[in-house]
Design a binder for this molecule. Structure first.
Ligand code: SAH
Length: 372
């Protein structure tokens, strides 16, 4: 990804945030992300077409159909591991343009009983993207429902997937000053015309779980994704009550660490996160250790994270590429090989992206995670 020639415009959301901060003082980065991404009218996901070659960023299911097909087979195997329940929920949170679900269902048709047993729930906050999902999936025979939140999904045995969802859940940042941890906030630049980072005047509340001051140095930045941890706990509790598995794929680090991972992307290039809110995607890396802890404390079985490259390979990526390439032209085969390389090579998406599975404790280790 390149750095952009920044041509930031003042957005209506930015004007509103400036007024709000002038009156009430700086806001948390989490509140900023919530508005910039999810404001009902001007939020990025509500008002843009984020994903795909014509959007601002591209995701694995948009790069290669094999990604979703392998996950489809993983889901069929998981359903078998659950004793092939005659009715179950197949949930996707944050389905984007519906590509992953379309590929999952195509691969899963190998077992029509799976598709017939599934009630599909697409949990999506953006009306615009729901519309794209409806268009993409309208020819599917399976029953599809949309929900605003995971809590709306009916009880029952469940298989859940979420690709590149957790990275857009709001984070808070804390910075180690000389003597204490303080929250990094969004305030105003000197001329009051632009947004700028600032630091809270008072130390972080003692109830927050932050690394100790003694073991850190001034300037360290620590991130907390409260929404991601709460959603993980909610999914874990739900799976324990209802039986099932959740497969979460996203980019991030295995162990909690220090550093500023807040980033924005616009038109396939990095963008300053506080410029033109509502017009750029804003994300942060996932702290898988924190999510794993949340799931474990709720009582779920936790598998991984393992790298996306290793996960896809264990599910048969190379074999699938080889088989597909036998029946098509050399040019098409080249394209398939290249897209498979993009989603699995360590230098591309294979290493930074991780697969992570939560499961009700009654089930065996899921395919791809044996021995993890
Ligand atoms: N999974 C897709 C899209 C990733 S983009 C893919 O891999 O291509 C993030 C998606 O999550 C978008 O569909 C966005 O509208 C949705 N989203 C963002 N916040 C959400 C939330 N809190 N609940 C449900 N969906 C959300």
């Amino acid at each position: 990804m390149t750095s952009p020639a920044v041509n930031a415009e003042i957005t209506p959301l930015q004007e509103r945030l400036i007024d709000l901060i002038k009156t009430n003082g700086p806001i948390s980065i989490a509140d900023y992300m919530t508005d910039a991404l999810g404001h009902p009218h001007e939020g990025y996901y509500m008002s843009s077409s984020p994903v795909g070659a014509e959007g601002d960023f591209i995701t694995a299911p948009e790069i290669s159909q094999i990604f979703g097909e392998l996950i489809g087979l993983w889901l069929v195997q998981s359903w078998t591991d659950m004793g092939s329940p005659p009715a179950f929920n197949l949930v996707e949170i944050g389905p984007g343009r519906g590509a992953l679900m379309a590929d999952i269902l195509r691969a899963a048709r190998l077992r029509p009983e799976f598709v017939n047993a599934a009630t599909i729930w697409l949990v999506e906050t953006s009306g615009r993207l729901r519309h794209e999902q409806q268009r993409r999936l309208r020819t599917e025979s399976a029953a599809i429902q949309w929900a605003d939140a995971f809590s709306d999904v009916a009880p029952g045995p469940t298989l859940l997937v979420a690709n590149e969802l957790f990275d857009c859940l709001p984070i808070r940042q804390f910075i180690r000053t000389k003597t204490s941890w303080r929250e990094r906030l969004v305030g105003l630049a000197d001329d009051d015309q632009a947004l700028a980072f600032t630091i809270d005047k008072t130390p972080a509340h003692p109830s927050l779980i932050l690394p100790s001051v003694e073991e850190t140095t001034a300037g360290d930045i620590f991130e907390i994704c409260e929404g991601g941890q709460a959603l993980t706990t909610e999914i874990a509790q739900y799976l324990i009550e209802n039986s099932g598995r959740a497969l979460i794929i996203d980019y991030g680090h295995l162990a909690s660490g220090f550093g500023d991972t807040l980033q924005a992307v616009r038109d396939h290039a990095y963008w300053p996160p506080l410029s033109s809110p509502g017009r750029a995607d804003i994300t942060a890396h996932i702290d898988f250790e924190a999510l794993g802890r949340a799931a474990f404390e709720a009582g779920a079985a936790v598998y991984g994270p393992i790298t996306q490259g290793a996960f896809l390979e264990r599910l048969g990526l190379s074999l699938r590429v080889e088989r597909l390439c036998k029946t098509i032209s050399p040019a098409e085969a080249h394209e398939i090989k290249q897209s498979a390389h993009r989603i699995s090579a360590p230098s591309q998406m294979g290493e930074i992206f991780k697969a992570f599975c939560l499961s009700s404790p009654d089930l065996p280790a899921p395919a791809g995670f044996e021995g993890e």
